[in-house]
Design a protein around this ligand. Structure first.
Ligand code: PNS
Length: 189
């Protein structure tokens, strides 16, 4: 039986609950789904490609048929390289349609055998975009219900580097406490 592999390309700066919703939907209809983070040297992203990849990997660790990769150059070429026959993209509202249609038709012109499949995220995520999440976070707004918890934490750390330092310190002191506990248990037994 033919197995269908799809690529879900994007900037994911940062990944949002809308992206996760789409990944979940895509994982149900495709045999394999590769979430592909674009390495775009022209844009100055908030998160490095490595950070975005790590966040997406943690977010998708529960899906057996989803992997996360990075790519540069044309999406269609990347899709061909990994043996994908479809490109997955999300459409949230009519405002997305024009850009997405243009991109899908250009991709079809470049690679006629590759199909673009559009899926809609749940309507509760229809207003969420990475750009707005960045803006809200940068201006101190609450982004907790817009992105997965680990992304919210990373955003908070980005906005306030002191938080990152505090978290590293907290984890180090928790580790030390655990080591002390283990040592004292060993000496007692
Ligand atoms: O999350 P985004 O920023 O909307 O994703 C846009 C993306 C990465 C899908 C698009 O910019 C892209 O495919 N870039 C790779 C270069 C390319 O193939 N350009 C021609 C697209 S028609």
């Amino acid at each position: 039986m033919k197995r269908i592999k799809a690529v879900y390309p994007g900037s994911f700066d940062p990944p949002t609950n809308g992206h996760l919703d789409l990944i979940e939907r895509g994982s149900k209809i495709f045999d394999e789904l590769v979430v592909a983070v674009l390495r775009n040297l022209e844009k100055a992203p908030l998160f490095s490609v490595a950070d975005r990849r790590n966040m997406l990997e943690s977010m998708t660790s529960g899906f057996d048929n989803v992997s996360v990769e990075t790519f540069d150059g044309l999406t269609v070429e990347y899709a061909m390289t990994v043996g994908a026959s479809a490109v997955l993209r999300g459409i949230r509202a009519i405002s997305d349609y024009e850009y997405e249609l243009q991109m899908a038709l250009m991709n079809r012109k470049l690679q006629p055998g590759l199909e673009t499949v559009f899926m809609m995220p749940a309507e509760k995520y229809s207003y969420i975009s990475s750009r707005l999440v960045r803006e809200v976070a940068q201006l101190g707004g609450n982004i907790d219900s817009l992105v997965p918890e680990l992304v919210a934490q990373k955003l908070r750390e980005k906005m306030d580097p002191a938080l990152k330092f505090a978290n590293v310190e907290r984890k180090a002191s928790e580790r030390k406490a655990l080591e002390r506990k283990t040592r004292s248990r060993k000496t007692r037994s």
